[in-house]
Design a protein. Sequence first.
Length: 94
Amino acid sequence: MPSFPDLSTTMLTLAIIILAISVALSLLRLVTAQSAADKVIAVDVLAFELLGLCILLALADDNPVPLQFGFILAMLGFISTLILSRLIHTSTKP
């Protein structure tokens, strides 16, 4: 009788694959974006997708180290979004 993988392992693998495809699409959007605001949004979305990948990898490996990386990534993503949006706001003032 063939052995099938556990359903939770299958769903976790599927979620990691979907998020990896989403990261690739966000990188494509970052490269092809015309305005600075579109690039800021793409960076913000990319940071949250990478945070999701960190959480899923921590669950898959049963290892807390990716969660620490994800925490730092979340802080850096938030701060970079604030800084880039401030730069866009000040550069568009008349």
